[in-house]
Design a protein around this ligand. Sequence first.
Ligand SMILES: *Cc1c(COP(=O)(O)O)cnc(C)c1O
Length: 385
Amino acid sequence: MPLFSNLQSDLEHRAAQGLLRRRRALESAQGARVVVVEGKSCLSFCSNDYLGLANHPRVIAAMRRGAERYGAGSGASHLVSGHFAAHEELENALAAFARKPAALLFSTGYLANFGAVQALVGRDDTIFADRLNHASLNDAMLLSRAEVKRYRHNDPAHLEQLLATASRGRKLVITDAVFSMDGDLAPLPELLALCERYDAWLLVDDAHGFGVLGREGRGALAHFNLDSPRIIYMATLGKAAGVAGAFVAAESIVIETLIQQARSYIYTTASPPALAAATLESLALLREEEGRRERLQKLIAQLHTSLSGLPWTLMPSTTPIQPLLIGENEAAVTLSEALRERGIWVPAIRPPTVPQGTARLRISLSAAHEEADVARLVEMLREMI
Ligand SMILES: *Cc1c(COP(=O)(O)O)cnc(C)c1O
């Protein structure tokens, strides 16, 4: 049947380019060591569980208590009858934590970005976006039907050129705070100054900074000591916070607009309230346990010192995302496979996810790692020179 043979040839084309992706099912909890389906334990450097909270006993206990009190599912969308006290309590805690007047929970970060962008701008408006922004932001821009102008990665001068040319309607500047494939930070103070000068909103996606950057893990805004009503702050709760979901924090009028207009908030079932209960506990943990962030910084420093002298270089990142630049696709894949044979899981990231010629091993560190784990990774990499 032609319908099927079409799909078949697309898949074969992908396979021929070495782009076919495979999933591996875990049989254990997320962590520094995971058990994959063959029953073999391996050392993992590829989760976003940066603080090691995904499997924390206090978070698990809170989820269990939440399920006992509220049940398994929410049963409806937030605007119908699926909005629970646990959601509201978490929203208040997140707003206070992000130092914003209000916050709104979404089921995922992907949906939060869709909702925020689509509620703020439409076909008569203009979006200015960093070229390396996360796919969810790029998809959200397209769906919003606003005019899109993309600026060179982390280049405020280029952004200013674009802002200075005539543009229609409301202006919205969008950036990742920590870029997911490079681990570098956006120059948020410069971006905010431009937004003030040209009267634009600034949407900051802090998926990888929340819980990791700033005092108490308050994220990228705290890291740069930034506070402005024109900043719309978005962060996810399935990475450092170790659970699931996301939130947008902003002025109350912005949040009210999202409640009324964000289609990805309105037309979807509310996430289980037990997840909100678990996330409240993980929020408390990530604030209290500064030691987890200190440990992460130590591991990052250890990786940088011990990898010097290798033929490959670490990109200049100070976050737990530590890409090791390899260059050629094949070389990156071969290296990743050789590590896997030695019981170490580090993914190879290739174009089109990253630019041509910059294939890399994306090493993610977590407070769940021991110094010995990092030492083992380095030792294995040295064996492969
Ligand atoms: C992971 C991620 C998202 C999506 O969040 P989910 O909760 O996983 O849907 C959005 N933006 C960035 C930068 C991310 O890394």
